[in-house]
Design a protein. Sequence first.
Lengths: 312, 285
Amino acid sequence: MTTSTAAPIRNTPRISREHRNWILAWALVAPTLILVFAVVAYPTGYAIWLSFHKFIIGQLDRPYVGMANYIKVMGEPFFWESFVRSVKYVGVAVPLKLFFGLVTALVLNERFRGRGWLRALVLVPWALPPLTSVMTWKFIFHDTTNVLSTLLIFLNIIEKPISFIGLPQYAMNSAILVNVWRGFPFFAITLLAGLSPIPEELYDAAKVDGANVIQRFFAVTLPGLWPVALVSTTLSTIWTLNEFPSIYLLTQGGPFKSTMTLALSGYFTAFVHGSRHLSHAVIYSLGLVPLMIVLIAILARAMARREEQSLA
Amino acid sequence: MFSLSVSVKWERRLKIILGGLWMLFIGLSIIFPTYWIVLTSLKKPTEILERPPIYFIDYLSFHSYKNVWTNPVIDFPGWLLNSFVISISATIVATLVASVAALAFTRLRFPGQKRLGVLVFVAYLIPASLLFIPMYLMLAQVNLLESKVGLITVYISFTLPFIVWMLRGYFQTIPKDLEECAMIDGCSRIGAWVRVVLPLAAPGIAAASIFAFTNAWNEYLFAWTLGGAASRTAPVGLTRWVFLDMFFWGELSAGAVFLAIPAVLMYLLGQRFIVSGLTGGAVKG
């Protein structure tokens, strides 16, 4: 700028350094923004649009019908039965995953030989493709061979073989077991990562003050672990609410709809049941949206607080 | 339960015993199903449905593996290839686009930055069970239903937000001093990014892509509802070994084991990076 020769006259307005940065930043995020809009935001909006129109595959006329679809679908007991099953599935599976994950993380946080191997082993159920793990469990539960029943009879836990996925009174619990098996490693790994930054001195100080194991857990471990536990639990709740393959491959929603959650009801209404009424089908997925919004808000707040703390 | 005067020594012993029992229980409950599917895949066809079930075998049969690979109708190798092509394409596109966005998120300040970050995170949380019906109609409108390109596009809906979110966290850990030095030495800003930031971020980028790839490789709902003959992935294809109520457990197990190997290897490879990425700012260090 401090040139001795005369500077050329600018006839375009000068763009400040700050504005150049803005333009560069937006140019860099634009591809992501466009793709996210096309494959996430637009379809989400489309799902909401569908719920207010009458849309049947093969029919070209798609009139606006207001709340009629909601009234129709939510007026049927099937919707609320599915809703209750979804809530039960999540309400039992997520606390169990948290419990198993937490205890496993606490044990794996201790120093002992073979810890690395155990950590790797714990990751396996989470890494397996759902097809692999769910089909394995299906075989183990199945009453043509009674793999699990025979084992439990041998261990004197039960007396007669149980049809774990053939009878409605057992199927939901079996589906929950599969979900817990697949999902607790996520908690174990994230909580383990949350435990490691808790300084050893805090435990020593508590010991000097005479606190026993349980007191130390509540005074030192839990407060340090709380933020990670909150994020992991919320994420897992969202995933579990919308779980499809680990129920579908295990029981296809049966027997007698005993494992038919909202996620499966939407699929069956859209692709299997005769009418193929897509506007009705989306309402099953949208039925979870209010709950999801609450969860996402909790998550966003927790994340924002952490980020402010880490910047400070 | 515990008196305050419980001695440190006893507390330690109790901890070892309870911890050991717990890990034994967890270990066995992970190993048994895994063992069972590998065992089934290596049994002779006559042993598979035996009652009571056979828990140990002394002879390995590769009959099921041979069947699953060579069946002319149920084209497992072809579907593995489909799985690979679709997952790798969705991962590469997402990685390229996401790396550039993550640079802007962590290296520049611009209006709307925070909101965009939240938007990407919310996008990551929108579930497949909500998207598959509108996606079905959208793909039908552009004639991409049952095509590989269609499925790749749909898979970007979860690979892209995931990678952006992971990389945002990872890029933040790379100190800004280094690129400022490079800029003082005469590098342009973009030059400093290319020469300094991206090489340092390579392990993070690799880990994020590995996980995105594995998620795509394992995916079921989209592949099942939006795929077709030309885009049938291996998880969906394997269910062809189920005919109504007849389960070909040997072939299913052999295919399922084969499908699982890359997924498990990749998770183990990238596990160090996943944790900080997944929980965002919640886990430090």
